[in-house]
Design a protein around this ligand. Structure first.
Ligand SMILES: *Cc1c(COP(=O)(O)O)cnc(C)c1O
Length: 217
């Protein structure tokens, strides 16, 4: 696995303004350092404990992205350092992030996760729930979270037209919300198998693991 070479060839595919989040879940700190030494600074993890352990050990200029489902009782472990939480899927979680961010004297950037895939099991808001949340006025009191945009995962399928439809729907929602949420600037969509489609459909951030670090067990 030539991490430096993989990073380079993915970067060549990406428009300059798109952020590459290297998804390092389950991978060793020495593999992360290979990517770091090749210039990579944004890394994504899906478990708070694993991310915290790696943050403690690794250079402090790494930007850590929490891309997985977050349990509220784990927010406190990452509130001092997390750079962006991609998987915010409930108002209750936002309230907890706001509280922990205040304790850490920070404003924590978050993305709302939207359920776009056909599969039942995926986490996330649907469109109506986000609109309801905005209309409710409940976000106004959350001074220590900043909503930067949306994240979504397409259905795991060979059918690229379906993936494209799902990403396109997410982009449409993003554009609509952007009119109400002036901080909106990030649309996190695309993984190893579908990031090219994500880019074509307006992604600003791709989360790529196996194409950089190799398959996970
Ligand atoms: C694991 C994971 C990725 C990366 O997946 P790859 O197929 O290895 O690129 C991206 N996003 C989320 C939310 C993940 O959990």
């Amino acid at each position: 696995m030539n991490i430096e070479k993989n990073l380079k060839s993915i970067k060549e595919d990406l428009p300059a303004e798109v952020t590459l989040v290297a998804v390092s879940k389950t991978k060793s700190t020495s593999m992360i350092m290979e990517a770091y030494n090749a210039g990579q600074r944004d890394f994504g993890e899906n478990k708070v404990q694993e991310m915290t352990a790696k943050w403690e050990e690794l250079p402090k200029d790494i930007r850590w992205h929490m891309i997985g489902h977050v349990q509220r009782n784990k927010v406190k472990y990452m509130s001092d350092f997390v750079s962006l939480i991609h998987g915010v899927d409930s108002h209750r979680l936002l309230v907890e992030i706001d509280k922990r961010a205040r304790n850490s004297e920070r404003i924590i950037d978050c993305l709302l996760q939207v359920h776009i895939a056909e599969e039942e099991s995926k986490f996330g808001f649907d469109e109506a729930e986000i609109i309801d949340l905005l209309d409710s006025g409940k976000l106004e009191s959350l001074k220590n979270v900043r909503l930067l945009g949306l994240m979504g995962m397409a259905t795991f399928t060979e059918d690229s037209e379906q993936v494209r439809r799902e990403f396109r729907g997410l982009k449409k929602l993003y554009d609509r919300l952007k009119e109400r949420l002036p901080d909106f600037r990030e649309l996190s969509m695309g993984m190893s198998g579908d990031y090219q489609i994500g880019i074509e459909e307006g992604s600003t951030m791709v989360r790529i693991g196996s194409s950089i670090f190799g398959a996970r067990n």
